[in-house]
Design a protein around this ligand. Sequence first.
Ligand SMILES: [Zn+2]
Length: 189
Amino acid sequence: MNPHWTTKHGAVAPKAQFKTIDDALRFMDENNIDKFVYHPYVCPECGMWHIGHIRPKKMNKDVPAETIIRYITRERDRFKQKLDVLVPYTKSLEKRLRAQQEEREDRHDHEIEKYEKRISVLEKTIERLTTENSNLIKDYRNSEWFKSLERANKQRRAEMKTLQEVLNRVNVENAKLKARNDHEEDNVQ
Ligand SMILES: [Zn+2]
């Protein structure tokens, strides 16, 4: 931006020019311009005085030392005020974050503990059921009822075998009879 121009509410306007610093300061007084925020300076292009924002970079020997000191003091106080607010806030925030983190870790540990307990209970239950099951099978095999079943089964298998043998014999006899019958019929014809 050309130093002769300024933006006012977004529109470009020419900067006010003054022949002397006194003219510039009078203008500032008349228009109630904050000397903590603005200051008069010599324009390097036209050699006239303008009024601009105070920035340490822009300050030169033409700015009264008093203005610079006031500006720096004011900035320092402002910074201190900000620090006074920010430091306790940051500390409390850190404390809160740490507490939250610890709480989360505690909760996490608690969850893990809870699941480990559940798993251990389940494992014990499985172990108990397995033992009970094997005992039941043992009891079942040793029971008189199971033994009688086995005996009955064995007997039935033996009976089946005998019946099969009888059936085989009958079949052989049948075949013989049929052969004889066929022979006799041949002789009749
Ligand atoms: Zn100028």
